[in-house]
Write a new protein. Structure first.
Length: 484
């Protein structure tokens, strides 16, 4: 047993701790992945999507007991005298696996002062949109997010499974100090947050000297690492080099020689690529050979460029979730200015993702929304914009839903528990009114979400959090500004 002085970031502050390196095991805060529902539920009618084969199958009866799927053939009967709830659905409706968002920010920035975690409305908004599992991909207030996870697991709150990511590793964390973060301190941080139930970590603004120990230590704990990296410019890490270090997933862009180290990744992304060229082929081959996942986050660029009506229109009044006071403030604001660089990147990103898909990367693409809202376009609804962006890139609808379900589960090491409709798996399901293989936007029209084996009405979830995001008056604004 040894000790180490370590700085840990909590929200916007720091706390100096003396850590007993073995003591994290005693924290015993393993996240609960299993279901907690005691009732029996049967869904009869319609069809269900087998994301493994990409085929729709007639639904003879999906049965759920104790939070798990016990039958997809209709032959199961309730056990132990448990009363069975029956949902009879229309023949043209479809049952999907619960959606998994691996870049699911709960953070909002309502006043332009920085991000704070929104944990009142967001759990219901994610769930009402069919998102039954979220990985926040870097938490600004990891203790608040851990408390949310525990409350959902205990049945005290309704929401998706939260796979905690702990604080950012890198300059994205307020107060990060490269010199102070030695390999030993990174080891201690990984152990600490793993002991508090983190399921993986996110690196952003990190250099090679810190990324390698983060990956190595996370892997000793059986946890994954993803990264928002760069090109190698000014001491950053090119995704190609991170893959050789053993990183599990890359966010946003592929890297490699398409992004030379003499300029930033964002500068390279604004240029026309040779989509048949060796640079792209080589980096795609590296992902496929190593099994490294790619979280494309296509839709994020559409929010900042010239608004594309097909991608950014409201199909429901998202602003109704603001408090009346906050909505008045938002309505008085001018639209955000167009970011020309993002406008240039958007079509290049779509073509790159399609090349990755065509190059053997189908099973390696995951769904991530990456949208810390500024008062418009809440993250929970973003999953449907991301599904549409993947479809518009040219990926067939069946594989779009595979990306949004099974691929995400496998990326987090949960492929045996989540991501598809299969006997023995956890009962996270979404019932939509129509056939989403004809148009992925059909998946927005949700009647019920089954989470941890319990059925929730989408409309009731929405109604439960209307008028709750933001301050109710001027005196409460400080609570929505970081560090206040």
């Amino acid at each position: 047993m040894s000790t180490l002085n370590m700085k840990l970031g909590f929200g916007t502050g720091w706390l100096l701790l003396t850590v007993v390196l073995i003591s994290c095991e005693s924290l015993n805060d393993e996240p609960e992945i299993g279901g907690d529902a005691a009732e029996s539920l049967q869904i009869i009618g319609g069809q269900w999507l087998d994301v493994e084969s990409g085929e729709l199958r007639a639904n003879k009866g999906i049965t759920v007991e104790g939070g798990r799927i016990t039958s997809v053939a209709g032959e199961s009967v309730p056990t132990d005298d448990v009363e069975q709830q029956v949902l009879r659905i229309s023949q043209d409706w479809t049952v999907l696996p619960g959606l998994i968002d691996l870049h699911a920010h709960y953070a909002v920035d309502l006043f332009g002062d920085g991000r704070v975690e929104e944990t009142v409305a967001y759990p219901a908004l994610f769930l009402a949109n069919g998102v039954t599992t979220t990985f926040p991909a870097g938490e600004f207030d990891p203790n608040k997010m851990r408390a949310l996870r525990r409350a959902i697991e205990a049945g005290e709150r309704v929401g998706p499974r939260v796979l905690n990511s702990g604080p950012y590793f890198g300059s994205a964390r307020n107060g990060w100090d490269d010199a102070a973060m030695t390999p030993d301190s990174i080891f201690a941080e990984v152990d600490y947050w793993a002991g508090l139930g983190a399921r993986g970590f996110k690196a952003k603004g990190i250099g090679p000297a810190h990324l390698k120990p983060l990956i190595d230590r996370a892997h000793t704990r059986g946890l994954t690492v993803t990264g928002h990296l760069d090109s190698g410019f000014h001491g950053t890490v090119n995704p190609r080099d991170a893959i050789h270090m053993g990183i599990d997933r890359i966010e946003h862009f592929l890297g490699g020689d398409m992004m030379p180290a003499d300029r930033s990744a964002y500068a390279s992304l604004q240029e026309f690529f040779d989509f048949d060229g060796k640079e792209l082929r080589d980096i795609i081959d590296l992902y496929v050979e190593t099994g490294t996942r790619f979280d494309a986050t296509l839709s994020i660029y559409g929010y900042w460029g010239p608004h594309d009506p097909e991608m950014t229109h409201y199909w429901t009044d998202e602003l109704r979730f603001l408090t009346p006071y906050m909505r008045r403030l938002i309505d008085m604001r001018s639209p955000r200015p167009v970011v020309e660089s993002f406008a240039k990147m958007s079509p290049i990103k779509r073509q790159t993702v399609k090349a990755f898909y065509d190059g053997g990367g189908r099973d390696l693409i995951t769904l991530g929304t990456d949208h810390p809202s500024w008062g418009r376009y809440w993250s929970g609804f973003g999953v449907h914009r991301e599904l549409l962006a993947l479809s518009r890139a040219g990926i067939p609808a069946a594989d779009v839903f595979r990306i949004g379900t099974l691929n995400g589960a496998k990326a987090m090491g949960l492929g045996d528990e989540l991501g598809s409709i299969k006997v023995g798996k956890l009962a996270d399901l979404v019932i939509v009114r129509g056939n989403p293989l004809l148009d992925v936007r059909v998946a927005r029209d949700i009647e019920y979400v089954i989470a941890r084996g319990r059925a929730h009405s989408t409309e009731e979830l929405f109604a439960s959090v209307e008028g709750t995001i933001g301050p109710y008056n001027e005196d409460e604004e400080a609570a929505w500004r970081p560090g206040r």
